[in-house]
Design a protein. Structure first.
Length: 122
């Protein structure tokens, strides 16, 4: 789960970079607001350990919650002339979010094995 949370933090920073790109290129303000909300969803889970099922489900729900504002940002950017670069960045973020959801879903029921430092059983 540590690797997932580190990757979520990286995706959160990349989302903020896409938000800055959208502001520089003159995208609607709704795109920037949606991307800030999306980055906050992932940044909220990144610093906290998730050893139990309850915390792992919280990580899964945060990854699912990330997809909603990113999809809203894509909806705001559609149809605006000159937003091709921003739309490509948002589509990449959407794909990263889907990957995070799949990863969080796959690792949510793992438990630590006794006497093993980094081994998890499914």
């Amino acid at each position: 789960m540590l690797r997932l949370r580190i990757f979520a933090a990286i995706v959160s920073v990349v989302t903020l970079a896409a938000m800055v790109l959208s502001l520089v290129l003159g995208a609607p303000i709704g795109v920037a607001i949606a991307l800030i909300v999306a980055a906050a969803c992932l940044a909220a889970i990144a610093p906290f350990d998730a050893p139990a099922l309850r915390e792992r489900n919280r990580v899964l729900f945060a990854c699912l919650a990330y997809l909603v504002p990113v999809a809203a940002a894509l909806a705001f950017a559609v149809g605006v002339p000159g937003m091709n670069i921003v739309m490509v960045a948002i589509i990449v973020l959407l794909q990263l979010g889907i990957g995070l959801v799949c990863w969080a879903f796959a690792t949510r029921k793992r438990r630590r094995m006794p006497r093993s430092r980094r081994y998890f059983d499914n």
